[in-house]
Design a protein around this ligand. Structure first.
Ligand SMILES: [Zn+2]
Length: 175
């Protein structure tokens, strides 16, 4: 199987892995992983052998400096792991969070995403995972400058939690 990174550009020429002929003919294409990748059956015009390519969309992250780099789950985990120090969050939970972040970003359909939006996509699943880690991460990401910023964020978390529990509670008549 040959992995080709630029299927958004139409795939381009794919070299035959058997005889090294520089191009091949597509005989069948189908989307896999909900359209995040395209699997193509190809045939070599030179040796007639067939092979399959899986072409994935490259998701690029645009940093504040304007430099782009490929989206990396490992980098998401690295950033979140720092916020989770001393917290009961294991590697499996971090890997799942990174997967959720990637899925959320890919679902936007954008090929390039600003790094701030990666941070934004981390906040939701992280607040569900561990509130302390969330506050640490948010304090850096949102540039908290004072204790008041933390207090406001904690109030917001509490009211979110209250909203969630009130939805399950029996309504109490007021007035
Ligand atoms: Zn060939």
């Amino acid at each position: 199987m040959v992995r080709c990174p630029d299927f958004r550009k139409g795939g381009g020429a794919v070299r035959c892995p058997f005889c090294r002929h520089p191009d091949s003919r597509v005989i069948d294409s189908r989307e896999v992983e909900d359209g995040q990748a395209i699997r193509r059956r190809r045939s070599c015009p030179e040796c007639s052998r067939r092979f399959t390519t899986v072409e994935e969309a490259v998701l690029a992250v645009v940093k504040r400096s304007g430099v782009t780099e490929p989206f990396s789950r490992a980098k998401v985990m690295q950033g979140v792991r720092r916020a989770c120090q001393g917290r009961p969050v294991d590697e499996d939970a971090l890997a799942l969070l990174a997967q959720q972040v990637e899925e959320a970003i890919r679902s936007t359909g954008a090929a390039e995403i600003p790094s701030q939006e990666v941070g934004l996509a981390i906040l939701g699943p992280l607040s569900a995972l561990d509130e302390v880690a969330y506050l640490r991460f948010a304090s850096v990401y949102r540039s908290f400058e004072s204790a008041a910023d933390f207090a406001a964020e904690i109030d917001r978390l509490k009211s979110d939690a209250a909203t969630r529990s009130s939805q399950a509670a029996v309504p109490v008549p007021t007035g």
